[in-house]
Design a protein around this ligand. Sequence first.
Ligand code: UD1
Length: 383
Amino acid sequence: MSVEIGEIACVVGARPNFMKMAPVFEALRAYPEIRPTLIHTGQHYDEAMSRVFFEELGMPAPDVNLEVGSAPHAVQTARILERFDALLESRPPAMVLVAGDVNSTVACALAAAKRSIPVGHVESGLRSRDRTMPEELNRIVTDVLADFLFAPSADGVENLRAEGIDSSKIHLVGNSMIDSLVRHLPAARARQTPARFGMERRGYAVVTLHRPSNVDDPDNLARILQALHDLSERIPIVFPAHPRTAARIAGLYPESGSGNSGLGICEPLGYLEFLGLVDGARLVLTDSGGIQEETTVLGVPCLTFRDNTERPITVSEGTNRLIGSDPAAIAPAASAVLSAEPPEPRAPALWDGRAGERIASILAAALGAEPALASHSAARFPL
Ligand code: UD1
């Protein structure tokens, strides 16, 4: 019988955290002396933004849900900090693991660091160099606080070194979000989501937009919607709308969506449906971070509707193109994609479905834990 060495509290809060943490959580379970627990801050709480991901990614229900809900950034961050700190006080884990760049990431890293509990950061070192993005501040602060910095790509390692972070803390492990993709792509394809939307493979575009800089200003949003409407005359669009975006669109067109015809706006999709939809698309237009990575691995052209990206490797080695944030850029960029041959799937170094295992083995070694003999088997490339 193995003796427990310690609990690793794995924190998730918002939608993009779930697919980054699931493979790490699963890999940690291969170490009988480690007890991984799942702490959900409740930053995202809608069924479609949270629970469905746990089910589809095979994660157990969270051990604790802090139920912080929505609030302005400072208030939401403070609420998470306070509630997570109370949890740490009542049952201090051996380590805290956070992922990505959302408010839950920075708040929980800070709470743990203040109690001298070691912090691991999954998806460390990404930088957009745009401090007007809340995520950029979250990344910088989390990386300063973390003891184990798990970078998905070499540019992340370089960024951390340039910021003076001790090399001994930095680990190039690959991309755990791609672990989830590799593992779940067959199930995602089996759902035949494009057909359910009446679409043919490579015959439609997928749009996602939710950044405040794109959707919060009504005039700007109206121009974006007009550009999408024009695009929809060339290729049908499916646009699963984040609650923030759906609310802004409803505010613009209170008479039940007039002006949105042809935009294919639908509710947010679960992980498997969305992955299946992107996999079959001819083109993706997005302001998301993770979708830039998923499209690279799937070989789907991605137009990123932002002025910068913290994921330059998806441009230099993948299928991503930054088109800026002027709606006038959408039509020419889409035309260029539609008149070119679809690209091949690409996987940057270590985006091989095993990042979670690497992270787990580094954390386990730090705690002095040994793996069980029959270690779990991860899905591998090629897809
Ligand atoms: C957060 C992350 C962002 C990530 C995005 C993915 C931060 C700073 N931002 O942004 O990096 O790309 O998640 O989805 O952490 N809402 C709901 N139901 C929910 C969650 C949110 O209706 O389950 C609505 C609320 O009106 C809320 C708004 O969406 O005020 C924004 O939610 P919030 O969690 O503050 O930020 P996101 O825009 O989702």
